[in-house]
Ligand binder design. Sequence first.
Ligand code: ME8
Length: 512
Amino acid sequence: MSKSFTITTPIYYVNGAPHIGHAYTSVAADVMARWKRMDGYDVFFLTGTDEHGQKVEQAAIAAGTDPQSFVDAVAADFKAMAIAMNVSFDDFIRTTEPRHLAACAELWQRLQRDGHIYLGAYEGWYATRDEAFYAEDETVLRPDGVRVAPSGAPVDWVTEPSYFFRLSVWQDRLRAFYDANPDFIGPAGRRNEVLSFVRQGLKDLSISRTSFRWGVPVPGDPDHVMYVWWDALVNYISALGYPDQGGAFARFWPADLHLVGKEIIRFHAVFWPAFLMAAGIALPKRVFANGWWTADGEKMSKSVGNVVEPRALAAEFGVDAVRYFLLREVPFGGDGDFSRAGLIRRLNTELANGLGNLAQRTLPQIARNCGAVLPPAGARTVEDEALLAQANGLVAAMRPSIDRQALHEALEEAWKVIRAGNAYIDHHAPWALKTTDPERMATVLRVVVDTLRPVATALRPFMPDSMDRMLDQIGVAPDARDFASLETPLADGLSLPAPQGIFPRFREAVPA
Ligand code: ME8
C-alpha cells in the first residue's frame, strides 16, 4: 500500500465570516495535499469548523438566533469558501457533530480515569475574545484601566470550579520530545517561542467552564462544558474515528502536519502533545505556523472595514491568481501585507507575461505552422537539452521545499524554468525559422512544449484549474497528470486543441 500523508488546517471559529486569512492557511494546506497526492501518497486532508465556546454563543445572541442555527449557517459558509477556493479537503469536521462529541467524551473519561484530569477551582485572567487564559505577567494594565492580553483582548478575573488537566507533569517529557524531534515545530522562530514557554514552567490547564452552556458537556458533571480549546484539538482524531483506533485512525494517524497560524502554535505544540501523551496516543510529526496577513498595512478587522473577502477576489481575478499571489507574495511562515496593487502586479508580470506567455508564444505557432499536431522531437542541440534537463528536474527541485513548507521557494524553482523557457524562445525565435528552417522550428516548439509539461504539472497543486487547462492544450490526458506520468514522453503527432490564453492581463478600470 502507498505511503500515507495526513495534513490538517485549524478548524475555524464560526463567530465571524471567513476571510483571506482563513483562505490562506487552507489554500497552503491544499497545495501540500495535492502535491502529495500527485507524488503517489494516500492523502487525508482535514479541515472544518470550531463551533463551541462563549464567543460563538455571544455571536449567536447578537445575531438574534440560537447557537445551533447560527453555527449551521456560518459553518456552511466556511465550507462554501473552501470549495470556492478549490480546497480539496477529504473531510470537513464540525465540532457539533455527534462523532466529535463522542470522541471528546471518551477521551475525557479515559484521562479522568487515569488521573490526568481533576476537579479544582480556577482563578485567573481570561480573555473571551481569545478563548484563552493568561498569566498575570502576560497581561498589561492599560492607562485607561483596562487589563489586556498580549493580543490586545480585554481580560477579566474569573473564579469558578473547573476541571484541570495535569499539564505540569508533562513539562520534562515535552522538552525531551522537542529535543529528540528538532523538526517538530517550524519555523525556527516559533520553535524558540514554544521552548521558552515550556522552559518557564507549565501550570495545570483549566479545561472546563461553568459560566455558559454552549460546549461539549463534561461526562458525569452537567454543570460543566469542556473548554473550547480542549474540545477543538480533539477534532484531529475524532475525524479519524477515535476512539476506534482501527480503520481511518490506523491508516492516517499520527498526522504528518498540523498547519496553523502563528498565534495558536502553543495550543498545538504544547497542550495537544501533552493531551496525547497522557492518552497514550502517538504525537503528530510536525506543527508549522504560517504568518499573519494585514490589509494595506493594517490588521484586518470588521470595525476598520478592511476585511479581504477571498471569494470576491477570486470572482474578480480568478481563483488561481489569488492562490498564487497568497503563496508567492510572502515567504511561507512570515507575515504579509495584502494589497490589490500587489496582486495585480504579480498577475500581470508573473502569470500573464511569464507563465502565460511561455504557452502563448508557442501553442498558436504549432496550431498555425505545424498542422495543430505535436511536432516530433527532432535533433536536439546542447541548449535544447539544457532547458529540458532543467524542466525535467523541476519536481525533484521543488520537493524538498514543499516538504519544509517553503512554498515560496518551490514557486521560485518553477519560475527559474519559466524564465529560462522564455529566454530560450527569445533566443531561438521559432517564428523566424518558419521559412528558413522549418525542421528546426518544429524542434524548438517541441522543446518548449516539453518544458511546459513539467512546469504545468508541478504547478497543478498551486493552480489546479489553470494548469489543467494548460495540460489540456498540450495534449496531456487527464489521468496522466501525476508526477510519475512525467516519465512517459508525449507522443509525436498528437493532435492539439485550439490554443487559448490562460492568464489574461488585468487592466484596472480608470475612474472617469
Ligand atoms: O484560532 N493571516 O480559529 P480562527 C493569516 N478555532 N492567517 C490567518 C489570519 C490572518 N490575518 N486570520 C486567520 C482558531 N488566519 C481556532 C483554531 S484549531 C484546533 C482551533 C488563519 O477562526 C490562521 O491559520 O481564529 C489562524 O491560525 C486561523 O485562521 C485562526 O482561525
